[in-house]
Design a binder for this molecule. Structure first.
Ligand code: 6PG
Length: 247
């Protein structure tokens, strides 16, 4: 399902609304809400909206558990940290118990950190549904999502839930959830905005080029739902986007 919005603001409003709906539904259905946040810049406005009225009062924060889909292995106060962005935009401003915030910490030993985070997820999901209620994802210009970059072994992972990635040219490693874990989610929402994403978005949504396995095309939750929230600048080239409507 693709929803096209006039701009990032209206896209972010819709994403915040879906977060609230998913959280309330999950708490009613199984007493808690598990969400994995995306990094990058696009989701920031959605996170800011969730930290303010009217959205912040609609979320059952006491039953929310926050994880990350990926993280750069940098100090928590580093400007490149995905958890730092989420804390500044959202988590430092809402009554979410600290024990329910599960950052990926991987500065020292990424391989051990990946195993530790995977164990933390296994422990969390040991009781009840072994899947996230909601996962936010972004889309990179090369078709990556989370830290599943083209040409990396992470794309071939079929068993592990979390793995390490080194993106060529970066002086840090990354941790990322793998496609098998992401695809277990009840709801996966891509947030894509900006004209610079128009070409890659069209390739991901419409290309049948088997020789070019774009990582974002690995994301196909089953039986969960996949929703693309895109702004008009990014979605102008897609042919199967539905007209903007109320979510
Ligand atoms: C990361 C992100 C990454 C991001 C995309 C889109 O850690 O780099 O998780 O997957 O979502 O690169 O980033 P923008 O939203 O900044 O375009």
């Amino acid at each position: 399902m693709i929803r096209v919005f006039d701009d990032l603001e209206s896209l972010s409003q819709a994403a915040a609304g879906l977060f609230v709906d998913a959280a309330r539904r999950a708490v009613v259905e199984h007493g808690r809400f598990s969400v994995a946040l995306a990094g990058g810049s696009t989701p920031r406005r959605c996170y800011e909206l969730l930290s303010r009225l009217p959205f912040c009062d609609q979320v059952p924060w006491g039953q929310v558990h926050v994880f990350w889909g990926d993280e750069r292995c940098v100090p928590a106060d580093d400007s490149r940290s995905n958890s730092r962005m989420a804390r500044q935009a959202l988590l430092d401003h809402v009554p979410l118990p600290a024990r329910q915030i599960h950052p990926m910490t991987c500065v020292a030993d990424p391989v051990a950190a990946a195993l530790n985070y995977q164990q933390e997820l296994k422990d969390f999901f040991a009781t009840g549904k072994a899947c996230f209620d909601l996962i936010f994802l972004g889309l990179g210009g090369d078709g990556h999502t989370a830290s599943l970059f083209p040409g990396t072994a992470a794309l071939d992972e079929t068993l592990r839930w979390v793995t390490t990635v080194h993106k060529p040219g970066e002086d840090f490693h990354r941790l990322t959830m793998t496609a098998p874990l992401i695809n277990r989610a009840a709801l996966v929402i891509f947030l894509v905005a900006g004209a610079d994403k128009a070409l890659i978005l069209r390739k991901v949504l419409e290309s049948s080029d088997r020789d070019q396995p774009l990582p974002a095309r690995l994301i196909s939750p089953e039986p969960g739902r996949l929703v693309w929230l895109v702004d008009r600048a990014a979605g102008c080239g897609t042919t199967n986007s539905e007209p903007r409507d109320q979510l």
